[in-house]
Design a protein around this ligand. Structure first.
Ligand SMILES: O=C(O)CCC(=O)C(=O)O
Ligand SMILES: [Fe+2]
Length: 403
């Protein structure tokens, strides 16, 4: 497949299978599309009133109750889902210990997830547990959010200001819908690179079979799998969502509630390039961590919904971007893109695919995505143009018959 964006983009998904992956995807027999990434959030409309327990859930959440924090537990669903669900617990359960509440809520959630998904979640939980109890972390400070260690001052100032103008001041938008800005401290990039190296060394030494970030990369690692899930949740909620809320409201930018966080690695002894694809995300954050490299440019080719993913690229949609360490690129997941070959050195990038369960739910009932799909927009304009022409013709016809 050529790298210039002319061929059909793949729908890129995380590797959800226990290793090795996966099933073939249409358009390219060598790459696979696998089950959609589960974020545990699709279960939070569980309608728990019908769960058959003696103590039924409340119909409406108890707004005055301050839920427990579940972030330190290794659970099969997001810790935030447990905190949200806790507001629906019957009053007598609210007085119980956190362990009792967890058992009760987990039981409810499991009843609402299909069997195959339940097994997959359980396997993945065991996989993560094995890593977490055996892998010795190198930089403990990476696993909890340390804002000044992570982010450059200009970025923090804009986030704290929390205005569109403040954000625009640190951003460039070289083509519509692609934002780039200075984000990560060089020291943070260096620490994350060495942590990933350390993890891979451990994987190699112990012959542990790891799951790769998705079906298109043979190298790289899922940060969520070795202990960074909670940190990355905060990263998304506090540092990506406020920006997405302003620049990507039409794809659920303000309701991002799940993520897939990973690093990809390119070079002579790694992946070379990345084919044309769309991400399984509403909004993607891509930050180059280093090291020294040449090549590896991203190429973008316009935003498309599922129906139009293979339609032609318009000349104004062609945009190429050269990575700079520490600098972030933020784009819609449906903005078709790929990465050219890294021709020398090594390139390692941090990717956070951010998702909104609300957006995904609403999308099921829609056919027209002209608020963000460029092809839906063109079709809509075409329909408007045709109806104006038809109306004009009709007026002319009436004029003629009247005379
Ligand atoms: O290599 C890159 O910078 C792009 C990675 C990417 O598009 C992805 O992982 O979804
Ligand atoms: Fe991508």
């Amino acid at each position: 497949m050529s790298n210039d964006g002319a061929s059909a983009p793949l729908d890129r998904q995380p590797d959800q299978t226990s290793p090795p992956p996966s099933q073939p995807a249409p358009g390219n027999a060598s790459d696979g599309a696998v089950l959609p990434h589960s974020n545990g959030n699709s279960t939070n409309d569980n309608g728990g009133q019908q769960n058959g327990f003696a103590n039924r859930l409340r119909l409406n959440p108890n707004a005055n109750h301050k839920p427990d924090n579940y972030e330190d537990l290794n659970l099969d669903f997001s810790p935030y889902l447990f905190s949200s669900l806790e507001r629906y617990l019957p009053p007598n359960l609210l007085l119980m210990s956190r362990d009792v509440k967890v058992t009760y809520m987990r039981d409810i959630l499991l009843r609402y997830s299909p069997e195959s998904e339940r097994i997959r979640l359980q396997k993945h939980r065991e996989y993560r547990q094995k890593i977490i109890s055996n892998y010795q972390r190198l930089h403990r400070e990476l696993y909890t959010m340390h804002v000044t260690t992570f982010f450059v001052p200009s970025f923090l100032k804009a986030i704290n200001e929390n205005t569109e103008q403040g954000l625009r001041n640190i951003m460039s938008e070289p083509t519509p819908g692609i934002f780039t800005f200075e984000m990560l401290q060089p020291r943070f990039c260096e620490m994350l690179l060495t942590e990933v190296e350390n993890f891979e060394k451990w994987v190699h030494e112990t012959k542990f079979r790891i799951m790769r970030p998705n079906t298109m990369n043979k190298y790289g690692a899922v940060l969520d799998d070795f202990g960074m899930e909670t940190m990355l949740d905060k990263f998304m909620e506090e540092y990506i969502r406020p920006i997405s809320k302003v620049f990507f409201p039409e794809v659920g930018g303000s309701t991002l509630d799940a993520h897939h966080g990973f690093v990809v690695e390119y070079g002579m002894d790694r992946d070379l390039d990345l084919g044309f694809h769309v991400d399984d995300s509403e909004v993607t954050l891509n930050v180059c961590l280093g090291k020294q490299f040449s090549g590896g440019e991203l190429f973008f080719r316009g935003v498309r919904c599922e129906k139009h993913v293979n339609t032609e690229t318009q000349s104004e949609e062609i945009f190429d971007y050269s990575h700079v360490p520490g600098r972030a690129v933020l784009h819609r997941g449906r903005h078709r893109h790929g990465a050219r070959a890294t021709t020398s050195g090594n390139r390692i990038n941090l990717l956070i695919w951010c998702r909104s369960s609300v957006f995904r739910e609403l999308r099921k009932y829609q056919k027209d995505f002209s608020s963000w799909c460029a092809e839906c927009q063109r079709e809509q304009k075409e329909r408007q143009h045709q109806s104006v022409s038809a109306a004009k013709l009709e007026l002319l016809r009436r004029g003629e018959t009247a005379t």
